[in-house]
Design a protein around this ligand. Structure first.
Ligand code: TXA
Ligand code: MG
Length: 324
């Protein structure tokens, strides 16, 4: 059973040290417990997906101490400024355009050009963010098919028997709100509610005016975009992606997997020479991007086993291979 530690200053300091070393720690927020990992570290983010047992890479929420920290990662629009002034810290997540120079894992936003970001209002989460000194990616701290945990004990039960769960669970008592944050997309033309949560649409509308709802896309003549959680607007390279490659042409780039990469490609990057799926997940989006050069006719991809994180990797590769 994953260890639960009361969130004393010592325990928070230990959690911050582990996060900085790329490990996962579960911690309380005012909404639900989060499964935290260093949002700047691809391997830590891949470990979150592995621990959740997610069938695909849904983009994760990046937690920051305040608006200033958000400004280093995303383009903070006028509406975002107003909403942050009104509701941060608190249960409102804003989806904003990712800054080109953001020091953030590409995997954390599943390769999208936007990032979901929020400043949590829980003393333990805030102390942990301050001690870690970097943004923390955290989905709810439960395995994929289970409901979100609102006590440390829920988290412990969810990961009981798992070998890849959090290093330990910071116990800050039961969560006040108990449902996840509201997710509002401010990256498109029209503010769009992607997930109802702790802050109501009326409260948001009182600050920035009417908002669209992703679940009523049909009413909006397609103006609203669906959430990646529901139906993705996914990252896809400009070059064609050729899956399950068993040969490679000299004008192609190769995304290899395993100890025996195909020979003869114009350029080869290996997702994991050791055949490690967590390493492959951590490398996936960055490598697809760096192979997406005009000089290549296509990106050939070697087969990745359809087990564990391989399911999520293959899901993303299949989407990347689907023409726009
Ligand atoms: O209350 C919460 O928000 C909790 C606590 C731990 O902070 N976190 C949480 O994270 O619920 P998660 O990963 O379970 O939910 C993330 C939601 C998903 O619905 C996802 O699709 C959406 O945010 N999301 C994340 N990044 C996005 C993006 N770039 N564009 C659109 N939606 C995004
Ligand atoms: Mg969740």
């Amino acid at each position: 059973m994953t260890r639960i530690r009361v969130a004393t200053p010592d325990a928070i300091a230990d959690a911050a040290t582990l996060l900085r070393a790329g490990e996962l720690v579960a911690f309380p927020t005012e909404t639900v417990y989060g499964l935290g990992g260093d949002a700047t570290n691809d391997a830590a983010v891949a470990a979150i997906f592995a621990a959740k047992g997610r069938p695909q890479f849904n983009p994760l929420i990046v937690h920051v101490p305040d608006l200033e920290a958000a400004e280093a990662l995303v383009e903070v629009t006028d509406n975002a400024h107003k909403l942050a002034a009104a509701f941060w810290p608190g249960p409102l997540t804003l989806v904003l355009p990712r800054r080109k120079d953001a020091r953030l894992s590409l995997l954390v936003s599943a390769g999208l050009e936007s990032v979901a970001i929020r400043s949590p209002d829980h003393p333990v989460a805030r102390k942990l963010l301050a001690a870690a000194g970097r943004p923390i990616a955290a989905p709810s701290a439960n395995r994929s098919t289970e409901v979100s945990p609102t006590t440390a004990d829920h988290v412990a039960r969810s990961f009981a028997g798992a070998t890849n769960g959090p290093a330990f669970i910071l116990d800050g008592g039961p969560c006040d709100i108990g449902i996840e944050s509201t997710v509002l997309d401010l990256s498109g033309e029209r503010p769009t509610l992607l997930r109802p949560g702790g802050i109501t649409p009326d409260e948001i509308a009182a600050v920035i005016g009417p908002i669209a709802r992703a679940d009523k896309t049909a009413d909006l003549g397609g103006a609203a975009r669906p959430s990646p959680g529901m139906m993705a607007r996914h990252y896809a390279p400009k070059r064609p992606v050729r899956l399950d490659a068993t040969t490679v042409a000299p004008e192609e780039a190769l995304l290899a997997f395993g100890p025996a990469p195909l020979a003869g490609a114009a350029k080869t990057l290996n997702l994991s020479a050791e055949g490690d799926l967590a390493e492959a997940a951590a490398n996936l989006f960055a490598m697809l991007r760096s192979l997406d050069e005009p000089r290549f006719s296509a990106i050939a991809v070697m087969p990745v086993p359809e087990t564990g994180l391989g399911l999520a990797i293959n899901d993303r590769l299949a989407r990347a291979a689907t023409p726009a």
